[in-house]
Write a protein that binds this ligand. Structure first.
Ligand code: UDP
Ligand code: MG
Length: 327
């Protein structure tokens, strides 16, 4: 939040665009109209920040032409294609004052809803996130895998990540400020928004088809995004290795004891086999347990290396006698 509260009453719409030359001219007038409405209804100054994520088509000249026609438009161009998550981070880093609203460049997130997001923000919510009611123009396979992914990550991760929620959302100045403190390199935005917390509310909406062009997220990219989400927001896979190791080691030890007992009781018909088996099973078991242990420490190291703040404060109300209010 800035020192001048008046500057907090601003809204910046951040749009990441990668090869969206055909969609942008259709999208911008809709955003402009939405910002006019926000101005009339809530007396809030609206702007747009387009981030060109290293597009190879005419996106950049198109954006420049749009910016010439409307002084409310700011442009940022990345040196190459860094992917949506980093393009959004770059955009959000440059929002100096007020709230930020994230919107897809392809028109799948209707700009007409912006006034509703702002209304929730003015009611005191910090994180207003759009929840998709329907996904048009997306096959059943994508819908089914997306559904499964949200359920899985919801179970694995301690961070609340609402299901069927994309990046279409509004962040209040303090939520934006908090998000900017998370500087980890592997950025799974949906998880980071969830980590920030504060007052959150869902805004259900109808997700339409793209205005033009094709989705940039094929299955391989989505799979990688899912892996990113799971490994960034949970050390459950590492834990799994620990338990698997322990379980296998238990079986190995039990079987090793059985092999030794059999040799002691009934002799050793294949010379040396029981000894060899016992040594192999013992060493295998010890190695698996050690690997699990290393995994546990690695998990902790990984958590530390993200250097996230330990907590964020929503309200701090000091009382005389308890604490002075000075921190
Ligand atoms: N995008 C981006 N960089 C990329 C890929 C996508 O900035 O490397 C942008 C893209 O221009 C669009 C948004 O991210 O504004 C969502 O992409 P897309 O519509 O392809 O994804 P989908 O809606 O199919 O999940
Ligand atoms: Mg899209």
């Amino acid at each position: 939040m800035s020192e001048n509260p008046a500057l907090d009453d601003r809204l910046t719409v951040v749009v990441a665009a990668f090869n969206e030359a055909d969609s942008l001219p259709l999208l911008q007038p809709r955003i402009a109209r939405a910002l006019d409405t926000v101005r009339e209804e809530h007396d809030i100054d609206g702007r747009v920040l387009y981030v060109d994520d290293g597009s190879a088509d005419a996106t950049w000249p198109v954006l420049q032409a749009l910016a010439l026609a409307d002084p409310r438009i700011a442009l940022l161009r990345l040196s190459r294609n860094f992917g949506k998550e980093l393009a959004l981070t770059a955009g959000l880093d440059r929002v100096e004052h007020g709230a930020a609203l994230i919107l897809d460049a392809d028109g799948q997130d209707p700009p007409e809803l912006i006034p509703q997001f702002v209304a929730r923000w003015r009611q005191g919510y910090d994180d207003v996130y759009g929840t998709r009611l329907v996904r048009e123009g997306e096959g059943w396979l994508k819908r089914a895998t997306a559904h499964a992914f949200y359920r899985l990550i919801g179970r694995l991760s301690k961070t609340p990540i609402p299901a069927d929620t994309g990046d279409f959302r509004l962040l209040s100045p303090r939520a934006l400020d908090a998000l900017r403190q998370l500087r980890e390199r592997h950025r799974f935005m949906k998880g980071l928004f969830g980590w920030v917390g504060f007052n959150r509310i869902s805004l259900p909406y109808h997700r339409g088809p793209r205005l033009a062009g094709a989705s940039k997220f094929n299955f391989w990219r989505l799979w990688n995004l899912a892996l990113e989400g799971i490994t960034s927001f949970s050390t459950a896979p590492l834990r799994l290795a620990t338990y698997l190791g322990l379980l296998t080691a238990c079986f190995a030890f039990a079987y090793g004891i059985w092999v030794i007992a059999k040799a002691l009781l009934w002799g050793d018909p294949v010379q040396g086999w029981p000894t060899m088996m016992a040594v192999i099973l013992f060493l295998g078991g010890v190695q698996l347990i050690a690997l699990g242990l290393i995994g546990e420490y690695l998990g902790r190291l990984y958590e530390e290396s993200k250097r996230r703040p330990l907590y964020l404060v929503d309200v701090w109300q000091p009382a005389p006698g308890v604490c002075s209010g000075q921190v």
